[in-house]
Design a protein around this ligand. Structure first.
Ligand SMILES: *[C@@H]1O[C@H](CO)[C@@H](O)[C@H](O)[C@H]1NC(C)=O
Ligand SMILES: *[C@@H]1O[C@H](CO)[C@@H](O)[C@H](O)[C@H]1NC(C)=O
Length: 200
């Protein structure tokens, strides 16, 4: 009796081997995103179940054209099947085109579980922290601003700040030159007057 039950349970298992998918989304960098600086998105699907998955459709529709361009690979892909124990990795390249805060949403996946599966299973990937895309600065300029920040105890942080500072410094130098210049002229006039007096 027990043997029959065990056999039935095993048969039942064999009849319905289930796929079980892990779906992972990853960015090649979590910060330091800048305009025109591409990064990669990797979507990984792993079937940790005992059954195969079929007709997989994966869409990562998170990179709209108002903020990003997809410049390598595609943000969507399909697979006819993913056997039990198999992993599939898909990578594409995204380039930010403007400064923004961006909510990184999970990617979506649909698949059919098992050969005889009739319904489609839907599945979301992990979610990721929001990303910040800054205006690209060349690294020399960045280093100069950083050095300036240290020198001025963090009071001047931006290029605009430095430009205002430079304008003030220039003004101060001009004023200085003017005073020195007039002092020299004054002295020269004085000497010339002395010489004139001596000649008399
Ligand atoms: C990004 O993807 C490209 C093309 O697939 C590859 O050449 C490059 O090494 C990848 N970069 C990173 C940081 O993974
Ligand atoms: C990717 O898939 C989504 C959802 O199915 C769709 O809206 C989008 O247009 C697709 N994008 C591309 C580039 O095929």
């Amino acid at each position: 009796m027990l043997a029959v039950l065990l056999f039935a349970a095993a048969a039942d298992d064999a009849e319905e081997p289930r796929a079980s998918l892990l779906f992972y989304k990853k960015l090649s960098q979590t910060h330091g995103h800048a305009v025109n600086k591409p990064f990669n998105v990797t979507l990984t699907v792993y079937n940790k179940g005992v059954g195969n998955a079929y007709s997989l459709i994966v869409a990562d529709d998170n990179w709209k054209a108002d903020k990003f361009r997809i410049i390598g690979g595609g943000n969507n892909f399909t697979l006819d099947f993913l056997n039990a124990g198999d992993t599939y990795e898909h990578e594409f390249v995204v380039k930010p085109i403007r400064k923004a805060w961006h909510r990184v949403r999970p990617a979506k996946m649909f698949y059919v579980d098992g050969d005889a599966g009739e319904s489609t299973v839907s599945h979301l990937s992990n979610s990721l922290p929001d990303m910040r895309v800054i205006e690209k600065q060349d690294s020399l300029e960045e280093a100069a601003i950083m050095a300036g920040r240290v020198l001025t105890l963090n009071m001047i942080k931006t290029k605009q700040g430095w430009m205002a500072f430079a304008a003030l410094a220039l003004l101060a130098i001009c004023a200085q030159l003017y005073f020195i210049g007039s002092a020299v002229l004054h002295k020269r006039r004085h000497l010339r007057a002395l010489e004139d007096v001596k000649k008399l």
